[in-house]
Design a protein around this ligand. Structure first.
Ligand SMILES: [Zn+2]
Length: 304
């Protein structure tokens, strides 16, 4: 209970540093009816200088809108105004890639527009136990690990594919089959080092498996769209995975030498990559840099 209280305090303190009024929503179009909305880069959201909040996906057309993720609660009006520039159709479905506030904060507001909210059962459970959770933010329809949930609408086949414990315990990737686009959530990131939310069921093993799975289901031209950062292709996954394995083995060696967590951090096992990864040494609230957060996570996971 004490720990929960501390976590909620930390989340609140961090949330206060975001200047929601300053967040600007930009629209990217991929096909005639598939769009992404992303926060503009800048200092409005200190944890995401590459683009405020999490990316939103929109499939529009005569069958209504399918939406993926809902940004921060405080920017819903801006998100809706961007959506209404694309389509005046009702928002019928809202899916979530994972539970974090930058992807689900606006859930309740979008449900109020008439959308059905669908996500993993694990996401719902983890979300429901957060302090002061607004029940309107919780999924109405849930699913577990198993076959993808398929939507056939607007000439597209959309698959909600459950991913075993990766960035969180309730991750989903969203594939648009005809557009050859996959929204991959946050188990991959190219601004700063990988972030695995082990407090909400995430695991490094699952993240590595998810990366392998992405390579398997993607073609050479498939657009892979992370929750943050730049769009990638299948060929970008392998070096990313190798970087994780390399840093992991360095941390493992240091642990075997009997080093403490602070000594492992001081040894800078990410040094070979820091200059190549944008945001590598950017601030991760409460834990130092993005590199520190990654190394601490590896240390904790490997110590288990
Ligand atoms: Zn995110």
């Amino acid at each position: 209970m004490k720990l929960l209280a501390l976590i909620s305090l930390a989340i609140t303190a961090y949330a206060q540093t975001i200047n929601y009024a300053k967040i600007e929503i930009l629209t990217e179009q991929y096909t005639p009816n598939l769009y992404m909305l992303a926060g503009a880069p800048g200092d409005a959201d200190p944890n995401h200088p590459d683009g405020a909040g999490g990316r939103v996906g929109l499939l529009s057309g005569p069958d209504g809108i399918l939406m993926v993720d809902s940004q921060y609660e405080q920017v819903t009006a801006k998100v809706l105004s961007a959506i209404r520039k694309i389509s005046l159709q009702p928002i019928r479905y809202l899916a979530n890639t994972h539970l974090h506030t930058d992807h689900t904060g606006g859930n309740g507001n979008i449900v109020k527009q008439g959308a059905l909210l669908i996500a993993r059962e694990e996401l719902r459970n983890d979300m429901a136990r957060a302090v002061n959770m607004d029940p309107a933010r919780l999924p109405q329809i849930t699913y577990g690990m198993g076959d993808p949930i398929k939507f056939r609408m607007n000439g597209e086949v959309v698959d909600l594919i459950p991913i075993r414990a990766a960035h969180t315990g309730g991750d989903t990737i969203v594939r648009f089959e005809n557009a050859d686009v996959i929204m991959i959530g946050d188990f991959y990131r190219n601004y700063g080092y990988p972030y695995i939310d082990t407090n909400n069921g995430g695991s490094l093993k699952g993240a590595l498996e998810a990366l392998d799975y992405l390579v398997k289901i993607s073609g050479p031209n498939t657009k892979l769209i992370p929750g943050h950062g730049t769009i990638i292709k299948r060929e970008d996954i392998v070096p990313y995975r190798n970087m994780i394995l390399d840093v992991q083995s360095k941390v493992q060696d240091l642990i075997q030498q009997g080093k403490t967590q602070e000594e492992v951090l001081a040894a800078k096992p990410t040094a070979a990559y820091d200059a190549k990864i944008p945001g590598a040494l950017g601030v991760a609230p409460g834990v130092g840099t993005s590199a520190d957060r990654f190394v601490r996570m590896l240390y904790t996971e490997l110590k288990k």
